[in-house]
Design a binder for this molecule. Structure first.
Ligand SMILES: Nc1ncnc2c1ncn2[C@@H]1O[C@H](COP(=O)(O)OP(=O)(O)O)[C@@H](O)[C@H]1O
Ligand SMILES: [Mg+2]
Length: 360
């Protein structure tokens, strides 16, 4: 027991980040409060890339800033690497923050410093001796592939290069955890892809835990292992990315996914559809399907089984984790009870069915 190393020694299988019932309200003039975080609980496992997706104002930045206590929740618990951060003294907290790197949307580089000077900055603050600083800067720049830009100034760099500097700066103190707040939101799609690939490579190589915030489901799809969907300060749902994409429970999640695969019904389509026959109904449905099952076979089977007509209005197929998944807009015609039975049957088969008006 006397040989215990200093600092936290997290038990195996314990989450790297554990948030419990976080609440953060902002009081405005006139007494109205914004519930930026309205009771958020999440566990992020060591070594995973965990995404938080949500629209602007959902509370994502407030949440990620609670993980290093740049923002203090009014109530709840923040455990990082097994330690209760809210219980630490200021000095101990400063120390622990070195194990939590952060990357920002707008890079936040110092324009008067060179690339190397920017990466050295957190090391200077931490009091790392000069010789070691130099070797850590070299190491960090090499990790992000910017060795030859050490003496350049931020103004001489492209957006993607600036973000690489931001990542190198976050890595210089050798953190265990990397927080990314919209790290690719200021970048074009090609550069976004490069930076995401870099983040994944760094996770693999350095065994980092990554918490990544984004308003783009495409980012989640490309890089995350698990995802939580946030709205109005709450987590609507969370799970492995494949599960959330293929079995979304909440309408907000479904609309995010539809946006990702660019599914829409051509304008004027609905107006051109035939009306329902007397005694029958017309329902417009969006069907989200996943996996190798032939959806067309399911549709013709439903038609036979329930004696209804099903027309495919539009459809789009994408791929996630090597499995096809897609969205289809259907017009269903038939007696109301038969339509209802068909929808239930689809759901039993694992398809997600939503009224089209709600879905797009
Ligand atoms: N310092 C602050 N003062 C007042 N309101 C804030 C502050 N920070 C965030 N908010 C409000 O909290 C909500 C969540 O903000 P934020 O966490 O930045 O969302 P997101 O990052 O998802 O866009 C928003 O309504 C925002 O206006
Ligand atoms: Mg934000």
């Amino acid at each position: 027991m006397s040989t215990m190393p200093p600092g936290p020694a997290p038990a195996p299988n314990q989450p790297a980040i554990s948030l419990r019932e976080l609440k953060r309200y902002f009081q405005h003039r006139g007494g109205i409060a914004t519930r930026a975080l309205d009771g958020v609980s999440l566990d992020i496992a060591a070594g995973e890339i965990f995404g938080i997706v949500g629209r602007s104002g959902a509370g994502k930045s407030t949440l990620i800033r609670c993980v290093n206590l740049l923002e203090r929740p009014q109530s709840g618990e923040v455990r990082v690497l097994g330690e209760d951060l809210l219980a630490l003294s200021d000095g101990a907290l400063r120390e622990r923050r070195r194990s939590i790197g952060m990357v920002f949307q707008h890079f936040n580089l110092l324009s008067s410093r060179t690339v190397a000077g920017n990466v050295a900055f957190p090391l200077e603050i931490a009091g790392v001796p000069k010789a070691e600083r130099a070797s850590r800067v070299t190491e960090a720049l090499s990790l992000v592939g910017l060795t030859e830009k050490a003496d350049a100034y931020p103004a001489q760099l492209s957006g993607g290069q600036k973000q690489r500097v931001g990542i190198a700066r976050a890595l210089a103190p050798r953190p265990r955890i990397l927080l990314c707040d919209e790290a690719t939101s200021a970048l074009d799609p090609e550069t976004t892809h490069d930076i995401l690939r870099l983040i994944r490579r760094l996770r693999d190589k350095l065994d980092l835990t990554v918490l990544l915030i984004t308003h783009e489901m495409a980012v989640v799809k490309e890089i995350c292992d698990r995802v939580a969907v946030m709205e109005a300060g709450r987590v609507l749902e969370e799970g492995p990315v494949f599960d959330v994409f293929t079995r979304p429970h909440h309408p907000t999640t479904r609309s995010f996914i539809a946006g990702t695969i660019g599914h829409s019904v051509p304008p004027g389509t609905v107006a051109r559809l035939p009306a329902a026959r007397p005694g029958e109904e017309r329902q417009l449905l969006q069907v989200l399907f996943a996996g190798p099952n032939s959806t067309r076979a399911v549709i013709s089977e439903a038609s036979r089984r329930f004696g209804i007509d099903l027309d495919i209005i539009s459809g789009r197929i994408d791929e996630i984790a090597g499995e096809p998944f897609g969205l289809m807009a259907l017009a269903a015609y038939g007696p109301p009870d038969k339509l209802q039975e068909a929808v239930l049957w689809f759901q039993e088969l694992g398809l997600t069915v939503t009224p089209l008006a709600e879905a797009i």
